[in-house]
Design a protein around this ligand. Structure first.
Ligand code: PBG
Length: 323
């Protein structure tokens, strides 16, 4: 009680504040998402993600060396493929010489110790822009899970360390885990997007990959953002099915969910600060309305405080230069 206790004593100078600081940020905390395209010496701007690029695999090769030199040791890969290669079966997703499979090998050649994580979902490969196989306007669960398990195996065969299913089909973690075990990929890590919401924050990402749904929305598979308990149900099931790391997505608007998972499950919790979150700060900073660097760092700390031990963020490269 005041004046016996004065809270400001513990805030009186920077040294004492540093001594008592509960959280820190390090390059080890970050996953860098990367967008890959075919071609030579291609580095394409993404309109709604200023400062972010799609790159061809030769550019990728030198880029990952730069990331490694900054202390960034994990990348999460997404590919943009031409419409002509898209269908309703994920044919290109399981092509051993597909863009994703080649990108994985490129990185492993350039920086062998880089942790390569791959997005597993059909949307970049789907003529309907959906994460699964479509029939009569419905997204089929079990046939999709079948393809996803083959896709995950082909990523592991190409050299991926971590498989990151972002599709939200039921039972996909179990099927992927079983398939990896059968084929002796016993050390492949599964990082499940276990609590992935049907969010409006993914817009810029869908621009980046031209992967917006061709009809309807993703609400029959991604979670309703009005719900909280559902995140725990999804996550517990994914862990039972064999997920090693679980993820909450988007990030900032879902810090409550990160904390719920941190308090209720033992698996490491990752947060994905998504494209819309990146775009908002870039836009406000460009207008001179917010201090870009200070807000960026504040937001990244909020993930740590909420309970995330891993942060996937488009700010990783900018952030490591400041911490
Ligand atoms: C694909 C996928 C999406 C994102 C990551 N993986 C888009 C979606 O589900 O529509 C979004 C990432 C971002 O917005 O940064 N399933």
């Amino acid at each position: 009680m005041y004046p016996i206790q004065r809270n400001r004593r513990l805030r009186c100078n920077e040294t004492i504040r540093a001594l008592l600081r509960e959280h820190s940020l390090s390059p080890d905390d970050f996953i860098v998402p990367l967008f890959i395209i075919d071609g030579k010496q291609e580095k394409e701007k993404i309109h709604s993600m200023p400062g972010y690029f799609r790159m061809s695999t030769d550019v990728l090769s030198s880029h990952v060396k730069v990331l490694w030199s900054l202390g960034l040791k994990s990348v999460l890969l997404f590919v943009k493929i031409p419409d002509a290669l898209k269908d309703n079966k994920g044919t290109e997703a399981i092509n051993p010489d597909g863009l994703m499979q080649r990108a994985i090998k490129t990185i492993k050649n350039a920086v062998p110790n880089m942790i390569v994580m791959t997005d597993v979902a059909l949307d970049p490969y789907s003529s309907f822009g959906h994460d699964g196989i479509v029939e009569e306007g419905k997204i089929l669960n079990d046939p999709t899970v079948n393809v996803l398990s083959k896709m995950a195996l082909s990523h592991a065969q190409a050299g991926a360390d971590v498989i990151a299913p972002s599709d939200m089909m039921d039972g996909r973690i179990l099927k992927i885990r079983q398939h990896l075990e059968e084929e002796s990929f016993t050390d492949t890590i599964i990082m499940s997007y276990s609590a992935k919401y049907a969010s409006n924050f993914y817009g810029p990402f869908r621009d980046a990959l031209s992967s917006a749904p061709g009809f309807g929305d993703k609400k029959t598979y991604q979670m309703d953002f009005k719900n909280r308990k559902e995140a725990l149900i999804e996550t517990r099931r994914d862990i039972e099915e064999g997920a090693d790391i679980i993820m909450v997505k988007p990030g900032l608007a879902y810090l409550d969910i990160i904390r719920d998972l941190k308090n209720n499950v033992d698996a490491p919790v990752a947060a994905y600060q998504v494209s819309g979150e990146y775009a908002m700060l870039k836009a406000a900073a460009k207008k001179g309305w917010l201090d870009h660097d200070k807000i960026m760092i504040e937001q990244l700390f909020s993930f740590k405080r909420a309970g995330a031990s891993i942060i996937a963020t488009y700010f990783a490269e900018e952030a490591v230069k400041l911490i």
